[in-house]
Write a new protein. Structure first.
Length: 467
C-alpha cells in the first residue's frame, strides 16, 4: 500500500520548507493533506436508480500569530502550489507573535474496525442489499409504504505536519445507511427516519443490519398513528437512552467547547471547577470508541483522539480544546480540533458526547416515579443559543406519563428549557447508557461526523409545548 507521503507527492524536506515559509507570518504553521474517496447508491421506488462518486484532494496551510489565524488551501499538492498557499496564509497572519505550541504527541491506537476495504465493494451486491432492505420493510408493515434508502461510504487518507516536526497519518473509513420510510393509514401518513453509521469497512453490510433497520422502521407504528398533541405546561420529562443524547450534544456540549468559553460567549466560561449538576453525573467527549462514527485516531491538528471528562461527578473539569484554546488556557489540547475538509480551518468540535450510566435504577423506575409528565423517545431538530443556553427541541415520538405509567402516545411536541438549568434539574440517571449509531452530523460553521448517547434520565422541570 502506498504511504501517505507518496500519495501526496511531497517529501519531508519539502514540508519543512513550506512550513518555514509559513512561519514568516507567525509562530506556528501546520499542513493538512487530504484525499477522500466518496461513493453512494440511492434506492427509490423499489430499485437503485442512481449512484455517486466524488474525489476530494488537496492541502490546507495554517499559520498562527497569537490568536490570529492565516489560512489558505490548494487543490494541488505540487510544491510550488503549497509554497504559494503558505505565503498567502503568512500574509494574512501578519508577523510572528505570541503563540506557543503544546508538547509533542504520543502514539495513539486506531479506533477503526475496517476489516474489508470499501475499494473491494461490488456495487451490484450492494444494490441487491438495498433492494432486499426495502422489501423487508414493506413485508413487515400492513400499511402501504414508500421507502428511500441511501448507502454511502468513504475512505479519507490524511497526513499532517507541523512546525514542531510532528508528522502523523490517518486512514479514516466511514460507512452509512439512511432510510426514510413513509407509511399511510386511513389517509394519514407517518414518516420514519432511521440510520446507522460506523467507522468500519464493507463488513458492516450484513443481514443482521438489514433486519435491525427493517424492525426499527416499523416499530410501534400503530402507536405513532394514534399519537396526539398533548396539553402543554411545565412538567417532569423522562428522556430515553440513546438518541436523546442529541439534547446533551446541542444544549450542553457546545457550551463546553473552548472557543466559546475563551471568547466569553458560553454560560460556563467562568464555572471551571464548580458543581454544575448533582453528584454522580459525568459527561464525556470520546474519540476512542471502536468503530464509532465520532471516533478519530488523530484530530485535524495531529493531536491524538482521547477520552475527555467535561463533567466528572457533577463538577466541570474540562473544556474541549484545540491547540489555540489549549495555549490560551495553559492546558494540553484534548484532540477536539476538527474540520470539514482541507478547505477549512480547524476549530473545537465534539466527537462522541455522552453521559455515563447512573445508579438510579432502570427506565421503568424513572417512569414509575413520575405522577404526571412526558416520556421522550425520539428527538428531531432543535435550536440552541450558546450564550444564554436556551434550547427548543422538537419531539416526534413519546408518551404521556400518568401515575407512573406510559399511556397516550404523543407527537408534535416542543421541549423548551435552558441547558445549565436542565443539567442542574436532572434528578435521576438510570444505568442503561446507549451510544446511538445514527448518522449524526454537527453543523457548527462546518459539517463533521459526530455521535451522541445518554442513559435514561429524569429532568425535573421542563416546558412542554403542546395544546
Amino acid at each position: 500500500m502506498m504511504n501517505n507521503s507518496e500519495l501526496f507527492g511531497v517529501s519531508a524536506g519539502q514540508m519543512r520548507t513550506i512550513v518555514a515559509e509559513g512561519l514568516k507570518g507567525g509562530d506556528w504553521c501546520d499542513l493538512y493533506f487530504e484525499q477522500t474517496v466518496y461513493n453512494d447508491l440511492l434506492l427509490r421506488d423499489g430499485a437503485v436508480a442512481s449512484g455517486g462518486f466524488h474525489l476530494d484532494y488537496g492541502c490546507g496551510v495554517r499559520v498562527l500569530n497569537g490568536e490570529k489565524t492565516g489560512y489558505a488551501y490548494s487543490e494541488s499538492t505540487e510544491f510550488q502550489s503549497l509554497m504559494d498557499a503558505a505565503k498567502a496564509a503568512a500574509a494574512v497572519a501578519g508577523k510572528p507573535g505570541s503563540f506557543k505550541a503544546g508538547p509533542s504527541i504520543p502514539t495513539a491506537k486506531p479506533p477503526y474496525l475496517m476489516q474489508t476495504d470499501w475499494s473491494d465493494a461490488d456495487k451490484k451486491q450492494l444494490s441487491a442489499w438495498l433492494e432486499k432492505l426495502e422489501a423487508a420493510i414493506r413485508s413487515r408493515s400492513p400499511y402501504p409504504s414508500k421507502v428511500i434508502a441511501l448507502l454511502s461510504w468513504s475512505v479519507s487518507n490524511i497526513m499532517m505536519y507541523n512546525s514542531l516536526g510532528e508528522l502523523t497519518s490517518d486512514t479514516r473509513p466511514l460507512g452509512s445507511v439512511t432510510v426514510t420510510a413513509i407509511f399511510i393509514k386511513d389517509g394519514r401518513t407517518e414518516q420514519r427516519n432511521i440510520s446507522r453509521s460506523y467507522r468500519c469497512g464493507l463488513e458492516m453490510i450484513t443481514d443482521a443490519l438489514l433486519d435491525e433497520l427493517a424492525a426499527e422502521a416499523v416499530k410501534d407504528l400503530d402507536d405513532s398513528f394514534a399519537a396526539r398533541r398533548p396539553k402543554g405546561g411545565r412538567m417532569p420529562v423522562v428522556m430515553a437512552a440513546g438518541a436523546s443524547g442529541i439534547l446533551l450534544h446541542e444544549a450542553m456540549g457546545h457550551a463546553f467547547e473552548a472557543d466559546f468559553n475563551r471568547k466569553g460567549q458560553s454560560v460556563f466560561c467562568d464555572r471551571m471547577g464548580q458543581r454544575i449538576c448533582k453528584s454522580g453525573i459525568s459527561i464525556i467527549d470520546d474519540a476512542t470508541i471502536p468503530g464509532n462514527r465520532g471516533s478519530i485516531l488523530y484530530d485535524d491538528e495531529g493531536v491524538p483522539g482521547q477520552k475527555t471528562y467535561m463533567v466528572h461527578d457533577g463538577i466541570l473539569t474540562s473544556f474541549l480544546h484545540d491547540r489555540i484554546s489549549a495555549a490560551y488556557y495553559g492546558v494540553l489540547p484534548t484532540g477536539n480540533g476538527r474540520r470539514e475538509s482541507f478547505r477549512y480551518n480547524p476549530i473545537p468540535r465534539m466527537r462522541t458526547t455522552y453521559m455515563e450510566s447512573g445508579a438510579d435504577g432502570t427506565l421503568e423506575d424513572l417512569v414509575a416515579s413520575v405522577r404526571k409528565g412526558i416520556y421522550v423517545d425520539k428527538f428531531a431538530n432543535g435550536e440552541v443559543k450558546i450564550g444564554e443556553g436556551d434550547f427548543t427541541f422538537y419531539v416526534n415520538r413519546g408518551y404521556l406519563i400518568e401515575n407512573g405509567r406510559l399511556t397516550q402516545p404523543v407527537k408534535d411536541v416542543n421541549i423548551i428549557g435552558n441547558g445549565p438549568r436542565a443539567l442542574a434539574d436532572i434528578v435521576a440517571v438510570a444505568g442503561d447508557l446507549k451510544i446511538d449509531d445514527g448518522t449524526w452530523t454537527c453543523g457548527k460553521e462546518q459539517s463533521v461526523a459526530v455521535s451522541c448517547g445518554i442513559p435514561s434520565v429524569l429532568i425535573n422541570n421542563l416546558t412542554v409545548g403542546g395544546e
